[in-house]
Design a protein around this ligand. Structure first.
Ligand code: FES
Ligand SMILES: [Fe+2]
Length: 356
């Protein structure tokens, strides 16, 4: 399969949830965030619930994130106007009449906190029509979990494709986890659904040497899945014997060309209790960062080249297992077709062989 794709447009999906912060980051102070090129301020109301407003005071357009939270309301640092979690103006210091007025309202966004993240619905003033993606395993006591956030230059599509792309690992990450000399032939099964796409890799051998023996003392075959879920979740899953790793990355489009990756890796190792697995995860973090920075550097080069040429022009083969399907999903979702009814419906399945 050879396919050429031209596009000037970056799909923007506005009817869905995106991670804007970790719950632990949002304390007493307001937080300034970006989503789809818009500035949003997060804060906690009097009950401790997370709230999200446009980060622009309706009065003279000072960023509200430069202000402070007073009794669960956000106070602008310039003239002290105050705003409730729903964006209503609750105080205009010195004004003898009622503070609340339509022209003084600040745009607000639906917010929910789940699995340790603050999720914001991307359309101002809209009522969410679905739940945010549920992060599996983060509440499972048998698993240790490590978080990592990194900003990269590139679209959600480019970053998701990179996170789920197998062939680049032998080149860009040579020597780190693939490309050590041996080549294996795998079977790839790709399943496309209306809200996600999944690739299953069959036939990956157990890693050689000590690593393989530590991960699977009793042997076993590698089960490997790569998945993308709308609007922007990339997930890699490995199972080998008793070992299980699930790396889920929630991608947040800061703007069309910049993406924040909120990575969550939950894992379980044979004979290692989670409280001991946790420090092992922390020890492996620097290695993970080496890999992530290699990806970030190549994505920045890709993005700069696309910007210089003013267009994307992709020539894909079937080794580009998920990228073209991810783009199709994004384009389809951008047109706003409701995904709820179709969520579990399998639209097609294909399989082929690949050498890595
Ligand atoms: S600019 Fe915010 S109160 Fe005046
Ligand atoms: Fe990579």
């Amino acid at each position: 399969m050879a396919e050429t794709l031209r596009s000037l447009e970056v799909p923007r999906i506005l009817d869905d949830w995106y991670v804007l912060a970790r719950s632990t980051e949002l304390g007493r102070a307001p937080l300034a965030r970006e989503l789809h090129g818009r500035s949003i301020v997060l804060f906690r109301d009097g009950a401790g619930r997370a709230a999200a407003l446009l980060d622009r005071c309706p009065h003279r357009n000072v960023p509200l994130s430069a202000g402070r939270v007073e009794q669960g309301e956000l106070q602008c640092p310039y003239h002290g106007w105050r705003f409730a979690a729903d964006g209503r103006c609750t105080a205009v210091p010195g004004l003898p009449t009622e503070a609340d007025h339509r022209s003084r309202r600040c745009g607000s966004f639906a917010v929910t906190e789940r699995d340790g993240f603050v999720w914001v619905w991307a359309t101002e003033g809209a009522t969410p029509s679905r739940e945010p993606f549920a992060l599996p395993l983060v509440h499972d006591r048998r698993y240790a979990t490590v978080h990592q956030t990194i900003d990269v230059a590139g679209t959600v599509h480019a970053v998701a494709e990179n996170a789920l792309d197998v062939p680049h690992t032998a080149y860009l990450h040579r020597g780190l986890f693939r490309g050590t000399g041996t080549t294996n032939e795998l079977e790839v099964r790709v399943r496309r659904f209306h809200d996600r796409v999944e690739a299953e890799y069959v036939g990956e051998p157990r890693p050689e040497g000590l690593l393989g023996r530590v991960l699977a003392p009793r042997g076993g075959v590698v089960e490997h899945f790569d998945r993308f879920f709308l609007p922007s979740i990339a997930q890699v899953e490995y199972r080998l014997g008793e070992s299980h790793v699930l790396a889920t990355t929630a991608l947040t489009p800061l703007d069309d060309r910049h993406t924040r990756m909120h990575g969550v890796v939950s894992f379980r190792l044979p004979f290692v209790p989670p409280r001991l697995a946790q420090p092992i995860g922390e020890l492996l973090r620097p290695l993970g960062m080496v890999v992530l920075k290699q990806d970030a550097r190549i994505l920045a080069k890709q993005d700069a080249t696309i910007a210089r040429f003013g267009e994307t022009r992709f020539s894909s083969t079937e080794l580009d297992v998920l990228g073209p399907s991810i783009l199709k999903l994004l384009r389809h979702a951008e047109r706003g077709r409701d995904r709820v009814d179709l969520a579990s419906e399998l639209s097609d399945e294909r399989s082929f062989r690949m050498r890595v």
